[in-house]
Design a protein around this ligand. Structure first.
Ligand code: F6P
Length: 376
């Protein structure tokens, strides 16, 4: 058993679930206990369980068999310690969180999560004075200062498989198929799956789209004899008009929904229909091109099921690297992926930042070289 400056840790998972979380928990727990004799306290349901002091003891038995399981055995939530919903109000529960950490004699709180979790962990460190260590998780791959987040590879496999399958109906019915892919702020997943799946159009939040340009591209395809098209749309994609309105501060970027009011025979509105972005795009492209369009929104399917081998690998490497950092007393960092290895990066350089797709990213250039329309 090697020496360790850390005797006891807490661990929690926060934000959207994703494949690889359990593999990461397993990596931290097995290495912390097995190599350093560190005690591990699991907090349930993210920061909410920390504030409410809901825990489970994590030992080798508790993490046995979870490497291949999706989701998180700890449960998760999107709550923030300093804006915790209590009785319909958002309360600052930082003190309660700190008190529970002290109660368990925890030296460092390990937080597995996306951008929001990185920010909340750093806030807890700055305002609560506790030591934290984080791992980068999300299918969006939009956490700053790491080459990749676990969850992304599995989601890219799922979304690519979906695009492959959608080619079947598109070619049979000579249709436009719009496939909505997760990614509110960053288009990494839509870009990756779009290229891997051979999508003809890829629309990402970073490149506001012009549907007329997309329609012209589809028309060019039709004139060249291609009677179908597949469009990969990130759920956060916005039109040039929406981007301009947002830039002018006129209108918050809508969450990909246009309000369509349905009316009865007398013209009276009878209910409000929120039209998801992908449906809006499909409807408008059908009008612009005269080609039948259909929509498939992949939603949470992209976060389901067993993690890919690559995600299990990344999660395990990051989890064990976290245990090494804990043993060295090397706190308040995120354990990032850098090239073919892991590396602790200061959490202050991660918190509050997003990693979005640069307009000149090589993947975008490659997509364009393949003749893919990027929405403009
Ligand atoms: O943050 C990951 C993510 O899957 C996003 O891609 C998606 O927009 C969001 O979570 C969905 O959040 P929820 O699971 O809370 O509906």
């Amino acid at each position: 058993m090697a020496a360790s400056k850390t005797k006891c840790i807490g661990i929690l998972t926060s934000g959207g679930d994703c494949p690889g979380l359990n593999a990461a928990i397993r990596g931290v727990v097995k290495a912390a206990i097995g190599s350093y004799g560190i005690k591990v306290v699991g907090f349930l349901d993210g920061f909410r369980g920390l504030v409410q002091n809901r825990t489970i003891a994590l030992d080798d038995r508790a993490v046995s068999g979870i490497l291949t399981q999706g989701g998180t055995i700890l449960g998760t939530a999107r709550d923030k310690p300093h804006k915790m919903p209590v009785g319909g109000k958002k309360m600052d529960m930082t003190d309660a969180a700190v008190e529970n950490i002290r109660k368990h004699h925890i030296d460092c709180l390990v937080c597995l999560g996306g951008g929001g979790t990185q920010k909340n962990a750093y806030h807890l460190h700055k305002e609560g004075g506790i030591d934290v260590l984080t791992l980068p998780k999300t299918i969006d791959n939009d956490v700053a200062e790491t080459d990749i987040t676990f969850g992304f590879d599995t989601a890219m496999n799922i979304a690519t498989d979906a695009i492959d399958r959608l080619h079947t109906t598109a070619t049979s019915h000579h249709r436009i198929i719009v496939c909505e892919i997760m990614g509110h702020n960053a288009g990494w997943l839509a870009l990756g799956a779009g290229i891997a799946g051979g999508a003809d159009v890829i629309m990402i939040p970073e490149i506001p789209y012009d549907l007329k340009a997309v329609a012209a591209h589809l028309e060019k395809r039709r004139m060249s004899g291609k009677r179908f098209s597949i469009i990969a749309v990130a759920e956060g994609a916005i039109s040039k008009a929406e981007a301009k309105a947002a830039a002018d501060g006129k209108k918050k970027k809508d969450k990909g929904a246009e309000v369509v009011v349905e009316r009865d025979a007398d013209g009276q509105p009878y209910h409000l229909v929120q039209e998801p972005k992908a449906s809006q795009i499909a409807r408008q492209l059908q009008q612009l091109t005269g080609t039948e369009a259909r929509v498939t929104s992949l939603g949470h399917v992209q976060r389901g099921g067993s993690p890919s081998p690559r995600d299990r690998f990344i999660s395990s490497i990051l989890g064990t690297a976290a245990a090494d950092a804990l043993a060295e007393g090397n706190y308040n960092n995120m354990i990032a992926v850098k090239g073919d290895r892991s590396e602790p990066v200061p959490l202050k350089d991660v918190a509050g930042k997003k990693k979005i797709v640069p307009a000149d990213h090589p993947s975008i250039i490659s997509a364009q070289r393949l003749g893919t329309c990027m929405g403009v």
